[in-house]
Design a protein around this ligand. Structure first.
Ligand SMILES: [Zn+2]
Length: 254
C-alpha cells in the first residue's frame, strides 16, 4: 500500500521538486513553560503539537523525500522570533506551524470542534480568527522583537506583492482540504489572521489548528495514535499537492 502510494506520487511529481527533495520547516506550537491549550484529560497542546510534528516529519520524509527541520524537537521554550530566524536561514520550500485550538468557557467547549487552517494577514478574517491569533500570539509580551518584529504595516505592504503570500494561500487550501477529507472533522475553513510566527517568513507559510483539544470527543481523538497518523498522512498529501502545483507553474514560467 505504502510503496504503491509512493510510486503514484513519484509519477505525479515533476522532477525539479525531487532534486534533493523539498526542504520543509515544521513548527510545533509552544513548548517549555508555554503549554498552550489543555484538554479536559490534561493533554497539553505543546505535547500534542510535538508528537504530531514528529509523525508529520516521518511521513514527509517517507512519502515526499523531504528534508524536514523542526523548530523544536523537545519540550523547550523557543521564542516565536527565533523560529522565524531559524526557518529563513534554511531557505525552506514551505513552513507549517502545528497547533490545537481551545475555547475559554465550558459551554463553548462542548460546541466547538473542527479544523482551521490559517495564512498570514494583517486583518483577521473574523472575530473567531482574531481570538485564535490573540491566543497563539500571547507568549510574546507586547510587540514582537527581532525577525518577527517589523511593524504590521511594513509587513502588509510587503506581503501584498509577495508571491510567497499567494503561495501561502494555496498551501493553506491544499493542506486544509486534505485534512478535512481524511478526518471527516468539522470544516471551519481556511482563514487569515496576524500570527507573529508567520510574520517575516520568506517561504509560503501556514498555521494549522488540527482540532479543538478542549472538545470532549475531538480532544480525546487528538490524543489517539491512529488519529494522529491520519492527520500526518493528510498534511503530507496536502503538502505534496501544493508542491506539485507550484512546480508545474514555475516549470511553465521557464
Ligand atoms: Zn497554539
Amino acid at each position: 500500500m505504502r510503496s504503491s502510494r509512493l510510486l503514484a506520487l513519484l509519477v505525479l511529481l515533476p522532477l525539479p521538486a525531487l532534486a534533493g527533495g523539498p526542504v520543509i520547516i515544521l513548527d510545533p506550537g509552544h513548548g517549555g513553560e508555554q503549554a498552550g491549550a489543555s484538554a479536559p484529560s490534561g493533554l497539553k497542546e505543546k505535547s500534542l503539537a510535538l508528537t504530531l510534528a514528529k509523525k508529520v516529519k516521518k511521513s514527509l520524509e517517507d512519502e515526499l523525500g523531504a528534508t524536514v527541520i523542526l523548530t523544536r524537537d523537545r519540550d523547550a521554550l523557543v521564542q516565536l522570533s527565533e523560529r522565524v530566524t531559524l526557518a529563513n536561514g534554511k531557505k525552506p520550500d514551505l513552513f507549517l506551524s502545528i497547533h490545537a485550538n481551545s475555547m475559554p468557557t465550558q459551554k463553548q467547549r462542548l460546541i466547538n470542534e473542527g479544523i482551521e487552517t490559517y495564512f498570514l494577514s494583517a486583518a483577521a478574517s473574523g472575530e473567531q480568527a482574531k481570538k485564535v491569533a490573540a491566543r497563539e500570539n500571547a507568549e510574546v509580551g507586547g510587540q514582537p522583537k527581532g525577525a518577527a518584529g517589523d511593524t504590521l504595516s511594513f509587513i502588509l505592504a510587503d506581503l501584498q506583492r509577495s508571491e510567497a503570500h499567494h503561495d501561502s494561500s494555496r498551501l493553506a487550501y491544499a493542506v486544509h482540504e486534505a485534512l478535512v477529507q481524511a478526518t471527516g472533522a468539522v470544516d471551519r475553513g481556511v482563514q487569515q489572521a496576524p500570527f507573529y510566527v508567520l510574520m517575516g517568513l520568506d517561504a509560503p507559510a501556514v498555521l494549522v489548528e488540527v482540532g479543538f483539544i478542549s472538545h470532549p470527543q475531538e480532544g480525546k481523538r487528538l490524543a489517539e495514535d491512529e488519529y494522529q497518523a491520519t492527520l500526518a498522512a493528510a498534511i503530507t498529501q496536502g503538502v505534496g499537492g501544493f508542491l506539485r502545483q507550484v512546480t508545474a507553474r514555475d516549470g511553465q514560467k521557464e
